[in-house]
Design a protein around this ligand. Structure first.
Ligand code: IMP
Ligand code: MG
Length: 192
């Protein structure tokens, strides 16, 4: 068990399993986009580690680009305004694959796909390391999925809990019981 800020987490998926799943995703992409030019668009911050390990296994004529989605409250009654930061290279008429760490409600992905579609890519698909089918209420499901998991909170391998834990090489699952009773385990490692 590890502790990040105020919460306890257990090892969920170890690095070897993650890396073999990532390599498998790369195999699918290498085959589906064989002889085609692809632009991978990685969504920061969470996807940095996934993107790095995926790209080491990609054998395509490709570009890798990174974006951030900015959400802020607008002053108008329309509510939140979202924009993409960092979409610099031209994607018009190119095959685009969005790389996401985790798709939960799917609302972030919906917004990203709608904004990228405006640039008229030749095709647009999503490769997500993790997917929570029970939480999903979006329009666009990822075409490539590493792990489908229950509606639980995970951290590590790029994913954060209050910005902490992104550096962990395994993926951890929130331990609801330990968080309720606040037990101290002898094998506890504290981060922060
Ligand atoms: P969505 O819009 O609900 O699909 O959420 C998308 C974003 O929320 C992901 O790209 C993550 O950054 C974050 N997120 C969702 N679930 C988790 C989780 O279990 N752990 C860490 N971050 C998460
Ligand atoms: Mg993310």
């Amino acid at each position: 068990m590890i502790k990040i800020n105020d919460k306890y987490f257990d090892t969920f998926i170890d690095k070897n399993r993650i890396l073999s799943e990532v390599a498998q995703l790369a195999t699918f992409l290498n085959s589906d986009y064989k002889s085609q030019e692809v632009i991978f668009i990685s969504v920061l911050n969470g996807s940095f580690m996934f993107t790095s390990d995926l790209m080491k296994n990609i054998d395509l004529d490709c570009e890798v680009s990174f974006i951030k989605v900015k959400s802020y409250s607008g002053t108008s009654s329309t509510g939140d305004v979202n924009e993409i930061i960092g979409l610099t290279s031209s994607i018009t008429n190119k095959h685009v694959v969005i790389l996401e760490d985790i798709v939960d409600s799917g609302l972030t992905l919906d917004k990203i796909k709608k904004l990228i579609t405006k640039e008229n890519p030749k095709s647009l698909k999503t490769c997500a390391l993790m997917f929570k089918p029970e939480a999903f209420k979006g329009e666009f499901k990822p075409e490539y999925i590493g792990f489908s998991i229950a509606n639980e909170f995970v951290v590590g391998f790029g994913m954060d809990y209050n910005e902490k834990g992104r550096n962990l090489e395994d993926i951890y699952l929130l331990n609801k019981e330990a968080n309720q009773v606040k037990t101290k385990s002898p094998s506890l490692v504290e981060i922060n």
